[in-house]
Design a protein around this ligand. Structure first.
Ligand code: URP
Ligand code: ZN
Ligand code: ZN
Length: 489
């Protein structure tokens, strides 16, 4: 049945206006005053805001790491996202070899060719994991190995609907590529209308500092941050901008965390380099001091938290248009994975941060956040007067949709767009934390934060999937989105 949402205030990336909105099938069919339609269910949204569903460009569901796995899978993470108003996520596909391992038991898909890493095998494996999707999703491909064969295969990703590659300047010996390979990848990406995303840190310096820290018996969580200095992220950001310019390609810097990175992006953008940036809420609100707390392992992610000055410069970077998006880098682990939590009526325990209780290098890096992003950014961004409601929509929905080739299907309130809509109650008060967030983990970074403004109803392609505290979504209800070429913002 069609749905008519009446009397709400629509908020887009550029406008705020009162209007009705008619959903027919999976899409928005009309937007205007006093809309009427036969046999529709009518929702009175008087006093409420109507936002396009959030688009999170950066998640890691079901990701194997350090003999465990990120604790939200492609169902539980999607459900948490939906409760927070997000209806589209983009997950990173690890580049895999078809050889089975304990954490990657033999999947029911073909074995690729010859046991070597390949994209088709890796994507099929991730698609298989994501069969339980509850919201819409697409993939980025991690480019963590490079040779002539892989180079030749890159264009085949486009046919699979994947137009983005992530490269790393850190994680030596595991994920990092050398400069020559990154440069070649940039040129191939440019030729094929693809975008290269970069994790910016200095892997060589990190390895030396980690070895020094271990040799000196520095094993506590703060050393995770102390061994990954901000300058490494800063120089890697400028370096990647310079590489992009030399390859005449564009790059997108993920999870920007240091004020100096913003300065480098500004420098490059002012010179016409096609470089864009993403930050995450954790880099706006937390610092290395959080890693010094008794439960500091909860804040371990890579890159790490920095300082208050870095937080402030990243806020400025958003306001000045130097950064375009807010993602989450959602990659949760339990704080204490020996103790089960009850999830959908069942006890679930997944090894987590306790794996590194005596050694920071063994703590799985990553945090929960996919469901927190919109409610936290609303209260502490919009209500706090730091950003406007339209900027909130731009950073969290419209800009990621544009950059990653999903606009105007996603990230928009327009006739013809998918009816992914969050009806937002701007007055709802919530004392936030693990009891409110729906992540499958045992802690929340924003425990006890007072929020004002919260999603009330969430639609995915016209279907109501969240109604207050009621979950109406389902495993398998999400669709894989093949993406085309995105825009450079
Ligand atoms: O600590 C993090 N961010 N884990 C996920 C992997 C990555 O580098 O984005
Ligand atoms: Zn990363
Ligand atoms: Zn990540």
């Amino acid at each position: 049945m069609a749905t008519l949402i009446k009397n709400g205030t629509l908020i887009t990336a550029s406008e705020t206006f009162q209007s009705d909105i008619l959903i027919e099938g999976e899409t928005i069919s009309r937007i205007g005053a006093d809309l009427k339609a036969d046999s529709v269910q009518v929702i009175d949204a008087g006093g409420k805001l109507i936002l396009p569903g959030g688009v999170d460009p950066h998640t890691h569901f079901d990701l194997p790491m350090f003999n465990t796995v990120s604790s939200d899978d492609h169902y539980t993470g999607h459900k948490a996202a939906a409760f927070g108003g997000t209806t589209t996520v983009m997950d990173f596909v690890p580049l895999e070899s078809p050889l089975p391992s304990p954490l990657r038991p033999s999947p029911k898909i073909g074995r690729g060719d010859g046991g070597e890493e390949n994209f088709k095998y890796s994507v099929d494996l991730w698609l298989q994991k994501a069969e339980k999707a509850a919201i819409d999703y697409s993939f980025h491909m991690n480019l963590t190995k490079f040779n002539d064969k892989i180079a030749k295969e890159i264009p085949s990703l486009r046919e699979m609907g994947i137009t983005t590659l992530k490269v790393f300047t850190a994680y030596n010996g595991r994920l990092r590529l050398d400069d020559g390979s990154i440069f070649k990848a940039l040129r191939i990406a440019k030729e094929n209308g693809m975008l290269v995303m970069v994790h910016c840190e200095n892997g060589d310096v990190i390895d030396v500092l980690v070895a020094d820290a271990l040799a000196s018996g520095h094993l506590t969580p703060e050393w995770h941050a102390l061994t990954r200095p901000a300058w490494g992220a800063v120089e890697a950001t400028l370096h990647m901008a310079a590489m992009a310019e030399q390859a005449d390609a564009s790059v997108y810097i993920v999870h920007m965390n240091a004020g100096g990175e913003v300065d480098m992006l500004k420098y490059a953008r002012e010179r016409g380099v096609k470089v864009m940036g993403e930050t995450c809420p954790q880099y706006l609100f937390f610092t290395i001091d959080d890693l010094r707390k008794p439960d500091g392992a909860k804040w371990i992610c890579s890159p790490p938290m920095r300082s208050k000055e870095d937080n402030a410069r990243i806020w400025e970077g958003l306001l000045q248009g130097i950064l375009q998006t807010i993602g989450t880098d959602h990659c949760p682990f339990y704080f204490d994975g020996t103790r089960p939590i009850v999830y959908e009526g069942r006890e679930v325990a997944i090894p987590g941060k306790e794996l590194g209780k005596d050694d920071f290098t063994k703590i799985p890096n990553g945090l929960p956040g996919v469901g927190d992003r919109l409610p936290i950014m609303w209260t502490h961004g919009v209500r706090a007067g730091r950003i406007t409601a339209n900027q909130f929509v731009a950073y969290n929905s419209t800009n990621p949709a544009k950059i990653f080739g999903l606009y105007p299907r996603k990230g928009a309130l327009l006739p013809g767009s998918d009816a992914d809509i969050a009806i937002w109650d701007p007055e709802k008060r919530v004392k936030y934390g693990v009891a409110h967030a729906h992540h499958r983990t045992d802690y929340n970074l924003y425990e006890g934060w007072e929020l004002v403004g919260y999603p009330e109803k969430v639609f995915l392609r016209g279907t109501l999937i969240v109604d207050g505290e009621k979950w109406l979504g389902k495993s398998g209800g999400g669709k894989f989105l093949k993406r085309g070429e995105g825009q450079i913002l």
